[in-house]
Every structure is written in structure tokens, then in C-alpha cells.
Design a protein around this ligand. Structure first.
Ligand code: ARG
Length: 625
């Protein structure tokens, strides 16, 4: 059911066109909100384009549409009957809502979960989010997979889907074996204490292990070619030798990991615990719902890979290419085949993703799987999706086909327009980024909110900083890169998280004042306004009412397109409409009681929608700031 008059009128005009001009049934209804509310609330411009198609004068087309609309009961429940004067100029149709239409729809929205379906009443959807890697610090890239992924999960949840979050942790394979091998050596030599290991320590061990294993074969070749002297060559040879022993070590540990040997698993488990404790703590700080119950790391698929590859061979969709086993995906327009087993017998990132699709669709029953992962993995997902399609893994137990979507996001840039780095050129640790944001929110609060008690400030600063970080990440189209500007995102003015929180706080303060003056029904629900009658008269009231009614379409559109930026844009529009209403229409000091009550009710509905929208964006609201 739609609450949005614009949607409903568009549908009615579509219906009228189909009735009056059946051969042009698909024509665009072209209904918009009127620029000049004196002429009408909405305007339909379809007659002009249709006139050309049906070779009739536009006014005649408009007259035919008006006749159909005036006979349409659904239309007449919402709009006043169209008088001959409703057709203006060459054939514009001006539509005016019935005076009781907006109040009735607002009340219906307020009584019906804001126009959204009941929780967990819809299809099963998997959202792949966060995706950290063991032994590595979370960096700015993970901000996006954690914040956008969580928001997509919240949006889908709000549209009634049963959402299953999956954190596809990079916790298996040779790189993990390398760092495990190194830690086992260091542990044996008494150089580290596994019990007190930190993520920083792990991160260093990871980098060292990679350096050790990364044989400088190219350097050696160059040194020999340029006759760099026996000393340099001998040094490089020793390095390559050392590297290959380390490499062999890592391969041995990988085999032991795959056999789940307790001595190796003990160290691996420690690495996993240290990384995941930090990861889940950061997700919680970001107000993203990612817990251990959502962890489904690569290791959880390890035992499925060999049988999966056998299944693919049995299906007859694999080929051997240069010793590797591949699936061709040319049919999907991708020339590089999907490699599922390397020539040395090892499985790859893609093999695990094939197993993940099979589990998500066929075991969990998801009809939609959404991957919130960096755009640079676009080719990988194209290949894997096409491979899964060929393998029949997208077929649900019901026989329907699941859709797989890569909700790709762009890169966070520094103010210099290059990928965001620290001054020394390292990637920015996510925990530092959050702490810095909290500190600058504290500065803003100290400057702008002197009346907040100092003891209350840290919690408010935390909420404001997360609102700023999340909103900045969510409000641009996700595929675009964006420049990280702590100062801009923290501002109380403009299209920012703090501005929206502030709009919410203003609404709360209206109700505090109204409560102090006994203007509310103290026993009544919805902040004591549920029994108040709405009267939508002033243009600013109308604009605000229409914005409120657009909420369900905004959430549904965001869910369909997997674009949190649409819900952000909606939320900003709602806050702006409220601010214009509040400037133009006195609430507490309204001329008469009926007007005051109606406006209080309108404020309350706005507050509810804003609260719901912010919560859906993962932004925790505040009563004061
Ligand atoms: N760990 C991966 C990385 O850091 C991200 C995982 C994304 N999810 C997936 N199903 N591949 O690149």
C-alpha cells in the first residue's frame, strides 16, 4: 500500500492514459508536485507528449484524461474532482488534494508502522559485510564495508526482509599460514607470549612474514644482468634462499592447518581471537551490527572446497587451462575464465566464494545476496556470479533463481584527492579515525553547546561523531569516491549527520516545552498528540506532510537500488521541510488551540519518521546536544 500521494496520482494517471488511449498505455504519466501551490498541489504534464503520439490537440487529450480521472474512485478519494478550469495553458492538468486527504493519510501512516511491512515478513536476504582479514588492522576501507553493509542490512530489514548478515573473514590460506608459521617460530624461541599478543603485534608479524616469504627473485636477476659484483649477488642469493625456506615452512603449516592439527590450530585460534575481538569492538563503536554470530570466515568453507570442485567437474562445466581448473564465463561477456583450482592444487578466494553462494542460496534459502565490497573487486564478483549461475548454485530449493548483487563502493580520498593515508603514507587505522572523530566532535560540542553538563558531553560527542562518520560515508552515491573531511562532516550546518541530529533535538525540545505548558495529552501515546486532529493548510505544512508521506517509498527505493544515499537525501529533505515549516508556522505560540494541536501532531509525525530514518541509517538519536 502506498501512502505517497505522488505515487498514487501517478498510478491513477497511468490508468487514465491506458483507458483513454489504449495503444499508448505505457506513456509517462508525468505527475509532479506543483511549483506554485496556488494553482494546485500536483501537476500532470502528460497531455503534451501524448498529443504528438496520438495526433490530437493537447487540450483534447487533457480533456479525455480528466474525464477518466473524474470517474476514478481511487482518484476521487484523494483529489477534488477536476473542474474544466483544471486544464491550464496548452494542456497542463492541475490537481488539488481534498482537504481531508493529507490528514487521513498521515494518520494512517502514523498508525501503521510508518507504512512499512511487519518485521521478518518478507524474503530471506544475505548481506555480506565487513570482511576483515586476520592479523591485519582494520583500515579506512573497512569503514565502508562495515557502515554501508550494516546500513543496507538495516534498510532491507525495514522493508520486511529476513536479513542474514555474513562477515566473510579472510582467515584461511597461505598468507594466514605465513603469519601462523612465523608466530610458531617466535613462540618456540620464547620471543613472544601468545597470551598477550595484540593486533598491532600481529600486524607487524604479518608484514614481516610477507617480506620474508617474498623472494627477491627479480632483484637477483637484475643484479646478475648488471654485473653488480659477487657481494651483492651473494647477499641476494642468501635472501632468496632464506625466503624459500620460509615459504616452504608456510606451505607446510598450511597443510597442517588444513588437517586442523591442534598445535597449529591453537596459534591460529589465538590470531583469530585477537583480530575478531578488535573487529567486533570497532563495528560496535560504529554502531554497526556485526557480532560473532555473523562470522562466516573462509575457514568455515575449507572442508567444502574439494567436494565442491568435484561437483563442478561432474557437472561438466570445468576445463583444464595451463594446469589450472577453470570455468569459462564468456556467455556472461567476461573473457577471463574463473579459476577454481591452481595448477599446484590450491583453491582460491573465488573457490570459497562459490561455496559461499551455494550455502547462502541453497542452505539459507536467500533469494537475494548482496555483497558490500570495494568496487575494485568488480571483476571477481562478475566471474563468481557467472560461475555460480553455470553451476546452478543460484537455484533456490523452491526452484526460483536468487539474484546476486555486488553493492560496490568507491575509495575514501584524502583532502589532496589521493587515497586517504596518514602523513607518513601508511593506511589509516580505523580505530584512530574513530578516536579522532570523537575528539573533534567534543571540540564542536564545547564550542556550540555550553549548556550541556560536562559529564554528559563524552557520550553525546561519541554519538555525534558516529553520526558524522556514517552520514558522510552513506550520503554520496556508494560507487563514487569521496573526500574525507573531518571538519565538514562534523559541522552542525549543511547536509551532515550532526545537522540531522540537531533537527531531531529541536523537535524533542518542542515537546519538552509543550509538556511544561501542559499542552499535550499526558496519558496519550505518540508524545501525547495521538488524539489531536490534523489540519494541513499552509504551504509549508503541505510540503512537510508530503515529505512525511514519502518515507515508505524512500526506504523501498533505497532497498531496491541498494543505495543508502537515497535514504540520506530523503532524510535531509525531511529535515529541511521541517525547518521551513518551523520558521513559517508557530507551533507552541500558534493563534488558536486547534492550529497548535494540529501542528504539534505534525511535529510528532515528523519526529517519528526522522527517528526511524536515522535508526535505519544506523544513527543513534539524541534528545539533547
Ligand atoms: N576479505 C576480503 C578482502 O579483504 C573481503 C571479503 C568480501 N566478501 C566476499 N564474499 N568475498 O578483500
Amino acid at each position: 500500500m502506498s501512502f505517497d500521494p505522488l505515487n498514487i496520482l501517478t498510478e491513477r494517471v497511468r490508468h487514465a492514459i491506458a483507458g483513454a488511449f489504449p495503444s499508448n498505455a505505457g506513456a509517462d504519466p508525468m505527475v509532479t508536485v506543483s511549483r506554485n501551490l496556488k494553482l494546485g498541489d500536483f501537476q500532470c504534464n502528460a497531455a503534451m507528449a501524448l498529443a504528438k503520439a496520438v495526433s490530437l490537440p493537447p487540450r483534447e487529450v487533457a480533456t479525455a484524461l480528466v474525464a477518466k480521472l473524474n470517474a476514478d474512485e481511487t482518484f476521487l478519494r484523494l483529489a477534488s474532482p477536476l473542474a474544466p478550469g483544471a486544464i491550464a495553458g496548452p494542456g497542463f492538468i492541475n490537481i488539488t488534494l481534498r482537504p481531508d486527504a493529507l490528514p487521513a493519510m498521515l494518520d494512517a501512516l502514523g498508525m501503521s508502522n510508518l507504512g512499512m511491512p511487519a518485521p521478518a515478513s518478507g524474503p530471506i536476504v544475505v548481506v555480506d559485510l565487513c570482511g576483515v582479514n586476520l592479523a591485519k588492522q582494520m583500515h579506512v576501507g573497512h569503514l565502508r564495508s562495515t557502515v554501508i553493509g550494516d546500513t543496507l542490512a538495516r534498510i532491507l530489514d525495514r522493508t520486511g526482509c529476513r536479513v542474514i548478515r555474513q562477515n566473510h573473514v579472510g582467515d584461511w590460506g597461505l598468507p594466514i599460514a605465513m603469519v601462523t608459521a612465523r608466530l610458531m617460530d617466535m613462540d618456540a624461541a620464547g620471543k613472544i607470549d601468545l597470551q598477550t599478543l595484540t593486533l598491532d603485534g600481529l600486524d607487524k608479524a604479518y608484514k614481516a612474514a610477507q617480506r620474508e616469504c617474498d623472494a627477491d627473485e627479480k632483484g637477483l636477476a637484475a643484479a646478475t644482468k648488471w654485473h653488480m659484483g659477487p657481494k651483492v649477488i651473494a647477499e641476494l642469493e642468501a635472501h632468496v634462499d632464506g625466503a624459500s625456506t620460509k615459504y616452504e615452512d608456510a606451505k607446510r603449516v598450511l597443510r597442517q592447518l588444513q588437517a586442523r592439527e591442534p598445535s597449529v590450530m591453537r596459534v591460529w585460534q589465538r590470531i583469530s581471537d585477537v583480530t575478531m575481538t578488535q573487529c567486533l569492538a570497532i563495528a560496535a563503536r560504529l554502531n554497526s551490527i556485526v557480532t560473532s554470530e555473523h562470522s562466516a570466515g573462509e575457514s568455515s568453507y575449507a572442508e567444502e572446497l574439494a567436494p565442491l570442485v568435484d561437483q563442478l567437474i561432474a557437472l561438466g562445466i570445468t576445463e583444464v587451462s595451463e594446469g589450472a581448473l577453470v570455468i569459462r564465463v564468456d556467455d556472461a561477456g567476461i573473457s577471463e575464465p574463473l579459476i577454481i583450482r591452481k595448477s599446484d592444487g590450491a583453491f582460491l578466494y573465488a573457490t570459497t566464494d562459490m561455496a559461499a553462494i551455494r550455502r547462502r542460496v541453497q542452505t539459507f534459502g536467500a533469494s537475494r545476496v548482496v555483497y558490500c565490497v570495494d568496487a575494485r573487486q568488480g571483476l571477481h564478483f562478475k566471474q563468481v556470479f557467472a560461475g555460480a549461475e553455470r553451476a546452478g548454485f543460484t537455484k533456490l530449493p523452491t526452484g526460483e533463481r536468487a539474484t546476486l548483487e555486488h553493492a560496490a563502493f568507491g575509495t575514501i580520498l584524502g583532502e589532496d584527492g589521493r587515497p586517504f593515508k596518514t602523513r607518513t603514507g601508511e593506511s589509516v587505522k580505523l580505530s584512530d579515525l574513530i578516536s579522532n572523530a570523537e575528539a573533534s566532535a567534543m571540540d564542536v560540542l564545547n564550542a556550540e553547546s555550553p549548556d550541556i553538563a560536562p559529564a554528559d558531553r563524552p557520550a553525546i560527542a561519541r554519538a555525534v561523531s558516529i553520526a558524522a562518520l556514517r552520514y558522510a560515508d552513506l550520503s554520496t552515491e556508494r560507487i563514487k569516491d569521496y573526500v574525507f573531511s573531518a571538519q565538514r562532516m562534523m559541522s552542525f550546518k549543511g547536509n551532515t549527520g550532526p545537522y540531522l541530529l540537531y533537527a531531531y533535538v529541536r523537535m524533542c525540545s518542542i515537546f519538552r516545552k509543550a509538556g511544561e505548558r501542559n499542552l499535550l495529552d499526558p496519558a496519550g501515546p505518540q508524545r501525547g498528540t495521538a488524539g489531536f486532529t490534523l489540519n494541513i493548510i499552509e504551504p509549508a505544512e503541505k510540503t512537510l506532510a508530503l515529505a512525511i508521506l514519502r518515507y515508505p517509498s524512500a526506504v523501498n527505493e533505497s532497498a531496491r537500488t541498494l543505495e543508502p544515499s537515497r535514504l540520506c537525501a530523503y532524510t535531509y529533505e525531511l529535515a529541511t521541510a521541517f525547518s521551513q515549516f518551523f520558521d513559517a508556522c508557530p507551533v507552541i505560540t500558534a493563534d488558536d488551540e486547534a492550529t497548535r494541536r494540529s501542528r504539534l501532531r505534525l511535529c510528532e509525525l515528523t519526529r517519528q519518521v526522522l527517528h526511524d530514518a536515522l535508526e535505519t541509517l544506523g544513527i543513534q538519536t539524541l534528545e539533547r546536544m
